[in-house]
Design a protein around this ligand. Structure first.
Ligand SMILES: C[S@@+](CC[C@H](N)C(=O)[O-])C[C@H]1O[C@@H](n2cnc3c(N)ncnc32)[C@H](O)[C@@H]1O
Length: 279
């Protein structure tokens, strides 16, 4: 049975408040599919009973968190949009590495880790000398469940086949039964953190590059603007911002200029008002 419009409105409010994700009314049909795994896992009879249990719970409670996270789309894969990673390798990283001894990259909304591990593999493959430099790759997501998966770095056959050449599969993964484990030399390069983009951000190092891909699309325009304003507090002047192909920060924030490289559209924080950045 489909949930009532009243229940859908309640879910919509909850999900928006906790994650910023704006559920459109035409997504009502998704509700059953997203909530049934929780109903089963928690041994609650029906979606209606799950919603009743949530109404008795504090908004900070476990069910609220599980339900909110269930509505987040986690789709990701290695080298997603190859042209983006070509731009990182051919334009962005050389620009930073030739001028500075340190490098800080943040993959915000990293899902199960394929994005930050792709970055770590590119550094190992093309810039192995950065081993001797201060390199920080921070990866974050608001879902603790997905972060646990990312931290483990353990992938199914389908997941490692998506985007990874067989050469990179062999070089950086070890078969463990039916799954593939990312090797420690790559895994330990990424520091995972639980950050909700909508809430107060913890202290972060000044970033040279921020990946904020395929997450802004789920937020309404006010939250997108708010997050981009916060990006400016963390991204160094001249720093680079990668967003998803359908996302256009320069329309919402005048501090970014658009740069094209191959098929990729990247954004760069304008230099004016720049602080001195150290090397
Ligand atoms: C579609 S995935 C994108 C993964 C990766 N960036 C990519 O492009 O392949 C979106 C991710 O955003 C996360 N997310 C959604 N709302 C968030 C929020 N308010 N704060 C932090 N992460 C959020 C989801 O948990 C999910 O892992």
């Amino acid at each position: 049975m489909a949930i009532t419009t009243n229940d859908f409105e309640y879910l919509r409010f909850l999900v928006r408040n906790k994650s910023g994700i704006a559920l459109e009314s035409d997504k009502q049909y998704l509700t059953e599919t997203r909530l049934m795994p929780i109903v089963r896992q928690e041994g609650i009879g029906t979606v209606e009973q799950l919603l009743a249990a949530m109404r008795r719970e504090q908004p900070s409670g476990r069910l609220h968190t599980m339900v909110t996270e269930a509505f987040a789309t986690k789709e990701t894969y290695f080298f997603r949009d190859t042209f983006v990673f070509e731009a990182l390798e051919k334009l962005v990283l050389p620009d930073i590495i030739n001028n500075k001894r340190s490098l800080a990259i943040w993959s915000a909304a990293c899902s199960s880790g394929q994005e930050p591990y792709t970055i770590a593999m590119i550094l190992a493959e093309t810039f192995p000398f950065t081993e001797n430099r201060t390199v920080k790759i921070i990866a974050s997501d608001f879902s603790k469940g997905i972060l646990d998966r990312a931290r483990k770095g353990n992938y199914t056959r389908v997941e490692i086949s998506r985007g990874l050449s067989s050469c990179l599969q062999k070089k950086y993964f070890q078969k463990q039964g039916l799954t593939w484990q990312i090797k420690n030399n790559i895994r330990k390069k990424v520091e995972f953190r639980n950050i909700n983009l909508l809430e107060v951000w913890p202290p972060l190092p000044d970033m040279d590059v921020i990946f904020l891909r395929n997450v802004l699309i789920y937020f309404d325009i006010n939250n997108r603007k708010m997050i981009l304003d916060k990006v400016l507090r963390v991204l160094k002047p001249g720093g680079w911002l990668f967003v998803g192909t359908a996302e256009t920060p320069n329309r919402l924030n005048s501090h970014f200029e658009q740069i094209r490289h191959g098929g990729a559209v990247i954004y760069r924080r304008k230099m004016y008002g720049a602080n001195c950045s150290d090397g």
